[in-house]
Design a protein around this ligand. Structure first.
Ligand SMILES: [Zn+2]
Length: 573
């Protein structure tokens, strides 16, 4: 592979305090260097802007529920989602849940180079990695699910926090995972008994522990293991009117937990839009985003990602480890424009003694008041939180909408006129009366957009080698055709929909929106820091009770190295 020099582009690199400067970027052997000497390929980026490659901290791209989401919706293949094969690429299809190869192609076209799958069931981790092996061009990470796991509940009940830490370290290793994910902690275990939890102090049936204890214990373990990311939490009560108060109570649980040095946060709350609801029922449903933003603006221990809702022509496929929520959604979901009821279909999943899931097709209708308010809340969070490093942009793909719609959200963030146009002409008036969006004039700068889509997400994830263009960073670069001194929302949407160049590890993988490479990217994993003696003792303990938890043999549990031919290990310190 030839070395690369990118010349004449206007560079945005917030982590290195570069905000729209003409600057050369040199890449040697896949890594950004000060200067390439000798023969190199030159990209003339005149008239183009240069960003680090995009980093998505939360997108359901691989694993059992993603695949079920594909297979139970033969309708999710509208003609415009069909992609023909070329000499370089494979064919594929799927709107809300694209087929595996398309996921890599679509992300690369948007200029994204790293994506995290945020809900890996431990027992089915192998499936996540199998799909990763068929998603080209991007680096991938996966977060194993811990919030309803019987070993976790047992160690918390017995106050065996060291053993809990060792168990987490072992799971990260056995599943090739990256971060501690909690989904509706305690609620999904109760769902196995037809129940849920609705407060932090409800009891998890048969275990005598509470969601508060689960969050607090795993957050402490996260720091003791010195993991690169904080705990990644999908709160209880997701999707329910009035849940913003519960969300703030959850934020408070980690206020006093000190993050390891080198990381600012001890808590990440994911797709916060779905947990920022006011009102007491669907009739008086309103935004709770300003209360959430007020808390975040005065507390530095946490970050969120937005979980924006986007209106699309076709229904999306919601999918989550939060089984009881999907059951509720299955009952309340409305009708689609073609008359079918997408919500009548529902999948409920349970993975032995460790997690659950649910899947429901859903159509966000701009004329439906609740959906219009949800749309506004996602934008309010991104616009009301002052420090862009504390709010990352996601749609919780495919829940709020497929990731392919990101450039539409960029338009709304960067052009208040386009938001006003939506409020006046497209969405239900409820978005104007039940949220603060009409009063917000802020327009994101390109620098801020760069933070919420890559610099901030890389930082929150503890991926120090990306999200920036400094010396030593991975050669992941996205170049877009946009005049930084003269653009409107439409120009933003167009530019970010199709990168002029995407460069992965120093190789041009997209040129003028076309895929030019077959490279596969790497898997990124982490290792928890734990004393060998505690680790070994805990492993014995785990094995001694294995048969109470699982129907499979202990020796068949861990994902073999053959499933991850290209691995990067990233540690917290
Ligand atoms: Zn999610």
């Amino acid at each position: 592979m030839k070395d690369l020099i990118i010349k004449n582009g206007i560079v945005y690199d917030p982590l290195n305090k570069i905000d729209g400067e003409k600057k050369e970027i040199h890449i040697k052997d896949g890594i950004i260097v000060d200067k390439v000497n000798g023969d190199a390929k030159v990209i003339d980026a005149s008239g183009l802007i240069v960003f680090p490659g995009g980093v998505d901290p939360h997108s359901h791209i691989a694993g059992p529920k993603v695949n079920v989401g594909r297979s139970f919706r033969p309708d999710d293949k509208p003609p415009e989602s069909n992609v023909k094969r070329t000499k370089i690429t494979r064919s594929g299809t799927g709107f809300a849940v694209p087929s595996t190869w398309l996921i890599g192609y679509h992300y690369a076209r948007l200029g994204y180079t790293t994506v995290a799958e945020p809900a890996m069931p431990l027992l089915e981790a192998r499936h996540v990695h199998e799909e990763f092996l068929h998603i080209p061009l991007i680096d991938k990470l996966a977060y194993p699910l811990f919030g309803n796991n019987w070993y976790v509940l047992e160690y918390i009940r017995n106050n065996e926090i060291e053993k809990l830490a060792a168990y987490v370290a072992w799971i990260l290793k056995a599943t090739k995972g990256y971060a501690i994910k909690l989904v509706n902690p305690g609620g999904v275990e109760n769902w196995a008994w037809g129940k849920n939890v609705d407060s932090l102090d409800d009891e998890v049936l048969h275990w005598g522990v509470t969601p508060r204890q689960i969050i607090e214990s795993l957050a402490k373990v996260n720091e003791s293991l010195e993991l690169p990311h904080s705990v990644h939490v999908h709160c209880n009560n997701l999707g329910h009117p009035g849940n913003y108060e519960h969300s703030i109570e959850t934020f408070k649980v980690c206020e006093k937990i000190k993050p390891i040095s080198g990381r600012d946060r001890s808590l990440h709350i994911t797709h916060c839009q779905f947990n920022a609801y006011g009102g007491t029922n669907w009739g008086n449903f309103e935004s709770g985003a300003s209360q959430i933003a007020e808390y975040v603006n005065s507390h530095k221990h946490m970050s969120i990602d937005s979980g924006n809702v986007v209106f699309t022509k076709y229904a999306t496929t919601t999918m989550t480890g939060d089984g009881p929520w999907e059951f509720a959604l299955h009952h309340i979901s409305g009708t689609s424009p073609w008359g079918a009821k997408p919500g009548v279909k529902w999948v409920n999943g349970q993975v032995e003694g460790e997690s659950g899931s649910g899947i429901v097709p859903y159509f966000f209708n701009p004329k439906v008041g609740v959906n219009a308010v949800q749309w506004a809340i996602g934008l309010e969070l991104l616009l009301l939180i002052k420090d862009p490093y504390q709010v990352l942009m996601t749609t919780d793909h495919p829940n709020g909408g497929p990731f392919t719609t990101y450039p539409i959200i960029f338009k709304w963030l960067m052009d208040s006129k386009s938001r006003k146009d939506m409020l006046e002409n497209t969405v239900s008036k409820k978005a104007s009366t039940a949220t603060s969006l009409p009063d917000i004039d802020r327009d994101y700068t390109l620098n801020e957009l760069c933070i919420v889509t890559r610099a901030g997400s890389a930082k929150a994830l503890g991926l120090k080698d990306r999200g920036h263009l400094g010396i030593g960073a991975t050669g992941d670069v996205a170049i877009y055709k946009l005049d930084p001194n003269n653009y409107d929302g439409h120009a933003v949407e167009k530019a970010f929909s199709s990168a002029a160049y995407t460069i992965k590890d120093g190789e041009i993988v997209v040129k003028d929106g076309e895929i030019t490479s077959k490279s596969m990217g790497s898997l990124i994993c982490t290792e928890g820091k734990i004393k060998d003696s505690i680790y070994e003792n805990t492993l014995e303990d785990i094995q001694s009770r294995w048969r109470d938890h699982y129907s499979i043999n202990f020796n068949n549990f861990a994902v073999q190295d053959a499933y991850a031919p290209k691995v990067k290990i990233v540690n917290g310190t």
